[in-house]
Design a protein around this ligand. Structure first.
Ligand code: HEC
Ligand code: HEC
Ligand code: HEC
Ligand code: HEC
Ligand code: HEC
Length: 466
C-alpha cells in the first residue's frame, strides 16, 4: 500500500510552495470560468420568461410561437416522427385487417369500414380527412372539436369572446356538415389550445370538455384524483366549477389532455358533442347515463342490438388507476421534463412513454429500464389475452343472435339477449378502444373484461332457454 503514492514529505518545500501557487491560480481561473458559465445559463433559463411578442388568441400558427419557445416548438414538431412501441406507434396500422373479429363487432357501423391505429398529434387533422368513415359517411362539424385548432372558429361563429358566445359558436359548428366546417380550420392541435397566449399558463379551451367536467363536478361520483372538484363541492358553489380558475397546475397537466382523450357522443338531431360524465367517470356510470337517455350509436346489423361505441376513454380509465390516485398526471409520463443546458423544459414530443422510460418513469421509480419495461409488458400481455377471450365471447353471442333471428325466434326472447350484447360489447370496447392496453388502470380493466365475458355468455344461455 505505502508504495502506491509517493509521500509529499519527501518533496522539497520549494516545490510544494510553487505547486500550491499554481494550483491556486488554476482554481481561480476555473472558478471564474464556471461563474461566467453559470450566469450565461441563468440568462438562458430566464429566456423562456421573455415578454411575448404580439401573441393573441388568433395566433394559432405555431411558427408564431417558435421565436419565443424554440425548444417546445421543436418537440411539438417531432410528433410527426415515425415511432413504434409494442402496442403503440405512428404507422396507422389497419386494425380491421389485424383483428378479424372487429368487422363482426362493428357490423352496420362506420367503424367496420375503416379503423386505424392512432398516431402522433401532427397527423390528427390529416387522418380525419383521409378516413373512409368521413369519405363514405356524412359526418358533422362536431368531429373537428378534437382534431383541429378550432377555437377562433367558435368565437367567430358565436360573435365574440365570452363563454356564452363561444358555446353558441360551438353549437353552430357541431351542427354543420363536416365538409363545410372543415373549410374553416387549417391546423391540428396548437400551442394556444393548451396555453394562454399572453402568459403561456396552462389552460383548457374546449367547450365540450368544460361542460363535461362541470357535469362531473355536479355528479355524485367520488373524484379523489381531482382534489379541486372535491374542494368546489364543499365550497359555496356560487358559480360553476371552472377548471381554469379552480384546478391546480398539477390537475391541469391532466385536464389539457382530457379535452380530447375521452369518451363522447353526439346528441341526436343537433349533433352537439357531449362528454357523458353526468353520473361519473366510471364505465358503469357512463353506461347508466346512456341507458337513462336511451341512447344508441347504432343498431347492430347481425344481432339487432342497440349498441354503444366506446372511444378512447384514456382520461376515464386513468382516473381509476393507482397513478391518478397518487397525483401522477398525463404530462408526468407523456411530456416528462428534460434538460437542455440549464433549462428544464417539458418534452413536447407527446408519445408512448415506453420510448422514453428514463425520463418518463425513472424520475419516480428506482428499477432499471429493462425491469420497468417488463412490468408494463406483464400487464399489457395479460390484458391482451383477456381481450381475446372477451372478443370471442361477444362474437359467439352475435352469431347466436343472428341464427336465432334467422330461425324466427320471437322478438320478446331476443330482447334480453340483445340487451346483454349491448352491455358485453360496451365493456369489451371500453378496454379495447382505450389506448394504453390497460396500463392506465390494469385492475379496473380486468374487472371490466371479466364482466364482458360474463354478459356475453349469459346472453347465449338466455337464447338456449325454452
Ligand atoms: C385537441 C385534441 C387533443 C389534445 C388536447 C390532446 N390530444 Fe393526444 N391525440 C389526439 C388525436 C386526435 C390523436 C390521434 C391522431 C391521429 O391518429 O392522427 C392523438 C394521439 C395521441 C397519442 C398517440 C401518439 C402516437 O405516437 O401514436 C398520445 C400518446 C397522445 N395523443 C397523448 C396526449 C397527451 C398526453 C395529451 C395532453 C398533454 C394530449 N394527447 C392532448 C387529440 C388530442
Ligand atoms: C372527444 C374528442 C374527439 C372527437 C369528438 C372525435 N375524435 Fe377522432 N380521435 C380522438 C382521439 C383522442 C384520437 C386518438 C385515439 C384513438 O384513435 O383511439 C382520435 C382518432 C381518430 C382517428 C384515427 C384512428 C381511427 O379511428 O381510424 C380518426 C380517423 C378519427 N379520430 C376520426 C374522427 C371522426 C370521423 C370524428 C367524428 C365522427 C371524430 N374523430 C371525433 C378524439 C376525438
Ligand atoms: C404513469 C404513467 C402514465 C400516466 C400518468 C398516463 N399514461 Fe398514458 N400511457 C402510459 C403507458 C406506459 C402507455 C402504454 C404505451 C405503449 O404501449 O407503448 C400509455 C399509453 C397511452 C396512449 C397510447 C399511446 C400510443 O403511443 O399509442 C395514450 C393516447 C395515452 N396513454 C394518453 C394518456 C392520457 C390522456 C393520460 C392522462 C389522462 C395518460 N395517458 C396518463 C403511461 C401513462
Ligand atoms: C396538448 C397540450 C399542449 C400543447 C399543444 C402545447 N403545450 Fe406547451 N406545455 C404543455 C404542458 C402540459 C406543459 C407543462 C406545464 C406545467 O407543468 O406548468 C407545457 C409547458 C410549456 C412551457 C413552459 C416551459 C416548459 O417547457 O415546461 C412552454 C414555454 C410551452 N409549453 C410552450 C409551448 C409551445 C410554443 C407550444 C406550441 C408549439 C406548446 N407549448 C404546445 C402542454 C401543451
Ligand atoms: C410522478 C411519479 C411517477 C411516475 C412519473 C411514474 N410512476 Fe409509477 N407509480 C408511482 C406511484 C406513486 C405509484 C404507487 C405506488 C406506491 O404508492 O408505492 C406507482 C405505481 C406503479 C406501478 C404499480 C402499479 C400497481 O397497480 O400497483 C407500476 C407498474 C408503475 N408505477 C409503472 C410506471 C411506469 C411504467 C411509468 C412510466 C411510464 C411510471 N410508473 C411513471 C409514481 C410514478
Amino acid at each position: 500500500m505505502s508504495n502506491v503514492t509517493p509521500s509529499t514529505s519527501r518533496w522539497p518545500a520549494r516545490i510544494i510552495y510553487l505547486a500550491t501557487i499554481l494550483v491556486t491560480a488554476a482554481a481561480a481561473v476555473a472558478i471564474t470560468y464556471l461563474l461566467t458559465n453559470i450566469s450565461d445559463r441563468q440568462h438562458e433559463a430566464q429566456q423562456r420568461y421573455v415578454v411575448l411578442e404580439n401573441l393573441t388568441e388568433d395566433s394559432i400558427d405555431p411558427t408564431l410561437w417558435r421565436k419565443n419557445f424554440p425548444r417546445q416548438y421543436d418537440g411539438y414538431m417531432r410528433t410527426a416522427d415515425m415511432v413504434r412501441a409494442k402496442h403503440a406507434g405512428s404507422d396507422a396500422i389497419d386494425k380491421l385487417a389485424e383483428d378479424k373479429y372487429l368487422k363482426h363487432l362493428y357490423a352496420g357501423y362506420a367503424f367496420s369500414i375503416d379503423y386505424r391505429e392512432k398516431r402522433g398529434h401532427a397527423y390528427m387533422l390529416k387522418d380525419q380527412e383521409d378516413t373512409e368513415r368521413v369519405k363514405q359517411k356524412k359526418q358533422p362539424g362536431a368531429c373537428l372539436h378534437c382534431h383541429a385548432a378550432i377555437m377562433p372558429v367558435y368565437r367567430k361563429e358565436g360573435g365574440g369572446d365570452s363563454w356564452e358566445q363561444i358555446k353558441e359558436g360551438f353549437r353552430k359548428v357541431c351542427e354543420m356538415d363536416w365538409n363545410d366546417a372543415h373549410k374553416l380550420v387549417s391546423h391540428p392541435v396548437v400551442c394556444a389550445d393548451c396555453h394562454d397566449p399572453k402568459t403561456v399558463q396552462l389552460r383548457v379551451t374546449r367547450p365540450a370538455f368544460i361542460m363535461g367536467i362541470q357535469a362531473l363536478a355536479q355528479s355524485d361520483d367520488k373524484v379523489p384524483h381531482l382534489p379541486s372538484v372535491e374542494r368546489w363541492r364543499t365550497g359555496n358553489k356560487k358559480s360553476d366549477y371552472d377548471p381554469n380558475k379552480d384546478a391546480s397546475r398539477q390537475e391541469l397537466r391532466t385536464l389539457v389532455c382530457a379535452q380530447c382523450h375521452v369518451e363522447y357522443y353526439f346528441q341526436p338531431k343537433t349533433n352537439l358533442l357531449i362528454y357523458p360524465w353526468h353520473k361519473g367517470l366510471k364505465m358503469d356510470q357512463i353506461e347508466e347515463y346512456y341507458d337513462t337517455i336511451d341512447f344508441k350509436d347504432w343498431t347492430h346489423k347481425d344481432s339487432g342490438a342497440p349498441m354503444l361505441k366506446a372511444q378512447h376513454p384514456e382520461f376515464e380509465l386513468w382516473s381509476q388507476g393507482i397513478h391518478a390516485r397518487s397525483g401522477v398526471s398525463c404530462a408526468d409520463c407523456h411530456m416528462p421534463y428534460m434538460r437542455e443546458g440549464a433549462v428544464k423544459i417539458s418534452d413536447h414530443h407527446v408519445r408512448s412513454p415506453l420510448l422514453n422510460i428514463a425520463r418518463a418513469c425513472q424520475t419516480c421509480h428506482r428499477q432499471d429500464e429493462k425491469e420497468m419495461r417488463a412490468r408494463v409488458d406483464i400487464v399489457q400481455d395479460r390484458t391482451r389475452s383477456m381481450l381475446k377471450a372477451a372478443e370471442i365471447g361477444v362474437k359467439d353471442l352475435i352469431d347466436a343472435l343472428k341464427s336465432a333471428k334467422a330461425k324466427g325466434v320471437a322478438e320478446a326472447r331476443l330482447k334480453p339477449a340483445q340487451a346483454l350484447h349491448r352491455k358485453a360489447q360496451w365493456r369489451l370496447d371500453f378496454v379495447m378502444a382505450e389506448n394504453s392496453m390497460s396500463f392506465h388502470a390494469p385492475q379496473e380493466s380486468a374487472r371490466i373484461l371479466g364482466e364482458a365475458v360474463d354478459y356475453a355468455r349469459q346472453g347465449q344461455i338466455t337464447l338456449l332457454k325454452e
